[in-house]
Write a protein that binds this ligand. Structure first.
Ligand code: GLC
Ligand code: MG
Length: 591
């Protein structure tokens, strides 16, 4: 089932074409067996690349180090491009590689149109884009509009009250209290804890930063800022990137009345300095954001209109469907993080179905869903659900209708490392102090990618990579899992990645079958294109169930993929009447 990889990504039709067509064929809201909706799309469509591929998130610092300094780099990524061909992955999202003092490991950008020397050079990125495209792989870059580094020339000029730049950031006068002490204009908090305002002697003013002191927020009410960020976008699109992941978009605007304090959330578990101690009606999800998204889409359309190839914009947002789905109207796709936020290890089949329905049943007509299980800010699947659930969560992610995003290493079932407070690198962890750091630090999920059984797992020749390689690397790595005689997580992932190309998974309908405390199962596809039963056990007990019921309506099928515990059964015909699934196992049967 291996496909030949084309030398250049195929041009697809102009975007408007798809919107119209997709809108016409998406039917939802039809009640099926378990009483929820059916999600139907037609398979006769030629879909834009971002609807058919898996997106794989590369965190460049942790992926592959080519020069032995202990930090991953662009040349390292280039050297691993054939891995994505092996995995049938056709789009990469790269976390930031731009010039940065690395206070937030690249999310503090001091020059948007240059590459940090830690990661390589602009020429390296050009080469990456070229070599990726030659393998049919698209490149999505991280676009960080909300803030810059305090070492960005815009901020340095803003500090000097430079005519053009003085209003590039959010500046505010202090409030002098009766006691004579200096106070910021309001109680707004930084996501990373503590006041979101920092005093600057030079301007004798406070500046606002949703994240670190070293990440001042840009002022998107200033049209020069909008124009400059459009320029940044154009710079990268001209170099050949295929899309952007927009960082922290919820934080783009703040209200102009700085006397407004944010109200307490009354959530007992948070302390006064912690972000969730307050609700954020004045600093999150302001409606002004949509207009700016439209402007970015205009820039992307300039490029789409030239060559007919879709450019993709996906938004980092932790909003609920009613809010996040508005982005679709503005030419962008919101990330749906419900699988991250709403699914706990106690959440079995019924509960996961509800989480899926939250996405599906709220989608506007013609909109395309997304699913994500983790990223560089969140716990790995093995940490959250246990190692024995790695395979079944990959099976879920890759068999749903919608574009999946995989965080590097999840295809291997990589585990999180433990880092002491003293060795902690992540500012989010450090800012919380020793007592709380473990709950907040993102270091554990950012450990180096595990390639081989040799020293540092083949990540780096440095004896001290920026974060330690996980102790289990000799058994959990690409080399071992590729060559394993029994089905490894990597081999399963790869099978699913190829199976996913079948029209039944790309555009076919999704109808639930057996759904209970443990089991989630559904049929993908239709009579014409072929139907597949996907059955998975997310519970903690073995479950034996009859799957021949409606909408399956047949008694036998052929096993196509199973998680390791059922491996021996592949290609066998089997009865659907009594399928037994252990916790964490799953099976796909062609009907
Ligand atoms: C986003 C990124 C996160 C970063 C923050 C500030 O949430 O995913 O890693 O720290 O923005 O840029
Ligand atoms: Mg940043």
């Amino acid at each position: 089932m291996e496909e030949k990889v084309t030398t250049k990504p195929k041009a697809d039709k102009p975007r408007g074409f798809y919107c119209l067509l997709t809108a016409a064929v998406v039917v939802s809201g039809i009640a099926v067996f378990v009483g929820l909706s059916e999600h139907k799309t037609s398979s006769s469509l030629e879909l834009p690349w971002w609807k058919t591929t898996i997106i794989y998130q590369v965190y460049p610092r942790s992926f592959k180090d080519s020069d032995g300094d202990g930090i991953g780099d662009i040349k390292g990524i280039i050297s691993k491009l054939d891995y994505f061909v092996y995995l049938n992955i056709k789009a990469l999202w790269l976390s930031p590689f731009y010039k940065s003092p690395m206070a937030d490991f690249g999310y503090d950008i001091s020059n948007h149109t240059d590459v940090d020397s830690i990661f390589g050079s602009l020429e390296d990125v050009d080469q990456l884009i070229e070599e990726a495209h030659a393998r049919g792989i698209r490149i999505i870059i991280d676009f960080v509009p909300n803030h810059t580094s305090d070492k960005h020339v815009w901020f340095e000029k803003s500090l000097q009250n430079d005519d053009k730049y003085k209003d590039y950031y959010i500046w505010a006068d202090d409030i002098v209290t009766s006691g004579g002490s200096r106070k910021p204009p309001n109680n707004w908090l930084s996501v990373f804890s503590g006041s979101a305002w920092t005093w600057n002697e030079n301007r004798s003013q406070f500046y606002y930063h949703a994240f670190l002191t070293k990440q001042p927020d840009l002022n998107f009410r200033n049209t020069d800022v909008i124009d400059d960020m459009k320029g940044v976008l154009r710079f990268w699109l001209e170099r050949g990137v295929d899309g952007i992941r927009v960082d922290a978009l919820q934080k783009l605007f703040e209200v102009t009345d700085l006397s407004l304090n944010e109200p307490p959330s009354n959530a007992k578990e948070y302390h006064e300095h912690q972000y969730n101690y307050l609700n954020h009606p004045y600093t999150e999800s302001l409606p002004e954001t949509f207009e700016v998204v439209t402007r970015w889409k205009d820039v992307m359309n300039e490029f789409e209109n030239k060559d007919g190839i879709s450019r993709f914009m996906v938004i980092e947002t932790y909003e609920q469907p009613s809010q996040r789905n508005i982005y679709y109207d503005h030419g962008a796709v919101p990330y749906n993080f419900d699988l991250i936020m709403d699914v706990t290890s106690e959440c079995g089949g019924l509960c996961i179905r509800d989480v899926l329905e939250k996405e599906y049943s709220n989608l506007p007509p013609g909109a395309w869903p997304t699913f994500v299980l983790g990223n560089h800010d969140r716990n790995r699947v093995s940490k959250k659900f246990g190692l024995e659930f790695v395979n079944v969560y990959n099976m879920l992610l890759l068999t749903l209708w919608g574009t999946p995003t995989t965080y590097y290493g999840e295809e291997l079932g990589m585990e999180e490392i433990q880092v002491s407070f003293e060795d902690t690198q992540d500012p989010q962890g450090l800012k919380q102090g020793k007592e709380y750091y473990a709950e907040f630090s993102r270091d554990p999920c950012r450990s180096p990618m595990q390639w081989t059984s040799s020293v540092q797992s083949g990540f780096s020749t440095s004896p001290t990579p920026w974060l330690p390689v996980h102790g289990h690397y000799r058994t959990v790595n690409v080399e071992v899992q590729k060559n394993s005689k029994s089905l490894s997580p990597l081999q399963l992932y790869r099978k699913l990645a190829f199976l996913r190309e079948h029209p039944s998974f790309q555009t076919g309908s999704l109808q639930y079958v057996v759904v209970n405390k443990n089991i989630l199962s559904y049929v993908r596809g239709s009579d014409g294109e072929g139907r597949f039963l996907v059955a998975m056990n997310f519970g903690h007990k073995t479950s034996t169930d009859n799957y021949s019921i409606h909408p399956v309506n047949t008694e036998k099928g052929t096993v196509v993929v199973t998680t390791s515990s059922l491996n021996s059964e592949e290609k066998n015909t089997r009865s659907l009447k009594d399928i037994s699934l252990l916790p964490g196992s799953g099976i796909i049967i062609k009907l």
